[in-house]
Design a protein around this ligand. Structure first.
Ligand code: APR
Length: 252
């Protein structure tokens, strides 16, 4: 089993997603009066006005949030050795908080648990950057004097190497869960092309219909389950006879 996940699995933790009606992009549009909120996560804007990115990171402070039932579902299947890999677009770090080993996660859009200087690519103490975020300052690189940032992937930046070196795993698995993502952002969305649709099952769990799979054709090995992911995952756990063990283990 492989997972491909997005911001929708963290909304029940209290972290808004990006494109829903009350998502982060709506907040940015209203607060900064802009039409294309994605620009706020772009490399050019960061270089010219790093303080805007710092302001956004303060807005999205993730440190106080807890993993959701869906995060623990991934951990549970990894511990049972049914699942092998999680491709996440999320930077909130809730996968790690749920106890998922970093060796089983591809942070496709980076992580807010590390920091670097994107100019000279040197690592920087993440606590120093978070201190500046919380105090409305900008951390500048001691080497090249450029602005430092949390190690999240901005539009225009490359995804981490292990996104590419691990994508073959999607071709080898029996089942791919795609949960809580609009599948609107490349190259993450194109991971679905790695899936062998004749061999693997694809189960999409999302509040709204997403994914260009042939859900109506019973022979297409793809299933769309519409609804809130925590509720759907709970019913899967119950149907598999795992709910008692799961809820005891994670106190849910
Ligand atoms: N259960 C199921 N689905 C949900 C839930 C929920 N509780 N909450 C939200 N969703 C769905 C929304 O309906 C939406 O289709 O999750 C999806 C989230 O989509 P986006 O907000 O676009 O988030 P995501 O797909 O992760 O965005 C990808 O865009 O801006 C970039 O880098 C950013 O990683 C992000 C990328």
């Amino acid at each position: 089993i492989a997972f491909m996940i997005g911001a929708g699995i963290s909304t029940s933790a209290g972290i808004p997603d990006f494109r829903s009606e009350n998502g982060i992009y709506q907040t940015i549009k209203e607060k900064f009066k802009v039409n294309s909120p994605e620009d706020f996560f772009s490399k050019p804007l960061f270089k010219s006005k790093p303080e805007i990115f710092y302001n956004l990171c303060k807005l999205m402070n993730f440190d106080s949030f807890k993993p959701t039932l869906t995060h623990y579902f991934m951990k549970y299947l990894l511990d049972k050795n049914y699942a092998q890999i999680v491709f996440t677009q999320n930077i909130d770090g809730l996968e790690t908080k749920a106890g998922i080993n970093k060796d089983n996660i591809v942070f496709a859009h980076g992580t807010s648990n590390e920091a670097h200087c994107p100019q000279c690519n040197c690592d920087v103490d993440v606590n120093e950057v978070k201190h500046c975020i919380n105090n409305d300052e900008v951390k500048y690189c001691p080497n090249c004097k450029g602005p430092c940032k949390l190690k999240v992937v901005l539009y225009g930046e490359n995804l981490p190497d292990n996104f590419y070196t691990n994508m073959f795993m999607l071709n080898e698995c029996d089942l791919v869960f795609i949960i809580g993502t609009s599948l609107r952002v490349e190259p993450f969305a194109s991971l679905t092309e790695q899936i062998d649709k004749h061999k693997s099952w694809v189960v999409v769990i999302n509040k709204e219909l997403v994914g260009n799979f042939d859900y109506k054709n019973n022979l297409s090995h793809s299933l769309f389950i519409q609804g809130l992911c925590d509720e759907i995952v709970k019913s899967i756990l119950i149907d598999c006879g795992w709910w008692d063990e799961f809820s005891l283990k994670y106190q849910i």
